[in-house]
Write a protein that binds this ligand. Structure first.
Ligand code: AMP
Length: 282
């Protein structure tokens, strides 16, 4: 595995792969890798000749009050894990290389509508930061195929919309959420939880699972299911941000006729904001 932090060196490698007709897969991450990230890498490996993984903690997608400075950075361990999986290139650009003119004047990519709802409403500018960095990384790596986790369901839909809207020549693939045995979705942010919070954290997955089971058994009282879910979260000690039942692709409020739904939840446990979602196919 080659570790490259310089954009020009990456472009040089990209040129060589192009000449030999290699199919390039890309997995963008912010590092602190866990089995969820690694499942994306395994999928990438199975679907390409060359796998590029990036690790870049993107300041543009963090709000002023969020955890940019404290975000876990574990490059040495991450690098070992990626090497063991046979990744070809680990791309670790610097903030100065990615945003040479500074964040204030940075040209941005914004996917309207879908970026403003749900998590986008709670985290203004977040999906603009995500769409901007992913489009920049796509321009650098120029992958044929890129892998994103369904864990960040809204992010996946924003990226798909961006690729469609900007006619990007990249296939975007969603990979199912990896969970701990108790149901908690794996996340770098789980590391912030105290022991007691970690014991409570799976409740969010349990609440979504209960709602899913209710919908599958014919319950269409979405408002009631949501308010009951919020009550369970509060009772367990969460500060719920939202529970939503949405159409799976547009993320508009679900109607009774919709067959593909997604149940999304976000809640604070102490200072940590956890998100999760489950898809329902009727
Ligand atoms: P992050 O480092 O949090 O930006 O995540 C990098 C990629 O890994 C994103 O596409 C995430 O959706 C994906 N990811 C994060 N957690 C999981 C998980 N538990 N299962 C599957 N994919 C995940």
């Amino acid at each position: 595995m080659q570790t490259v932090s310089n954009i020009l060196s990456l472009r040089e490698l990209r040129r060589e792969w192009q000449l030999t007709g290699k199919r390039i897969a890309f997995v963008p991450t912010m590092g602190n890798l866990h089995a969820g990230h690694l499942s994306l890498v395994t999928e990438a490996k199975a679907n390409s000749d060359i796998v590029v993984v990036s690790i870049f903690v993107n300041p543009l997608q963090f709000g002023a009050e969020e955890d940019l400075d404290n975000y876990p950075r574990t490059l040495a361990e991450d690098s070992e894990q990626l090497k063991a999986l046979g990744v070809d290139v680990l791309f670790t650009p610097t903030v100065a290389d990615i945003y040479p003119r500074g964040l204030e004047q940075q040209t941005f990519v914004e996917v309207p509508g879908i970026s403003y709802m749900i998590c986008g409403a709670s985290r203004p500018g977040h999906f603009r930061g995500v769409a901007t960095i992913v489009s920049k990384l796509f321009n650098m790596v120029q992958p044929n195929i890129a892998f994103f986790g369904e864990k960040d369901y809204q992010q996946l839909q924003v990226i798909k919309a961006m690729v469609t809207d900007l006619s990007m020549n990249v296939e975007v693939v969603g990979v199912p959420t990896m969970r701990h045995d108790d149901g908690l979705a794996m996340s770098s942010r789980n590391g912030y939880l105290t022991e007691a919070e970690r014991a409570t954290a799976p409740t969010i997955a349990h609440v979504l699972t209960h709602i899913k089971a209710q919908i599958e058994s014919g319950n269409r009282q979405f408002k009631q299911l949501i308010s009951e879910g919020n009550a369970v979260l509060k009772e367990a000690g969460f500060k719920p941000d939202y529970i939503e039942i949405r159409e799976a692709f547009t993320l508009q409020a679900a109607s009774f006729e919709d067959k593909e739904l997604v149940i999304l939840g976000a809640a604070f446990l102490g200072k940590t904001r956890l998100i999760d979602n489950l898809q329902v196919s009727l």
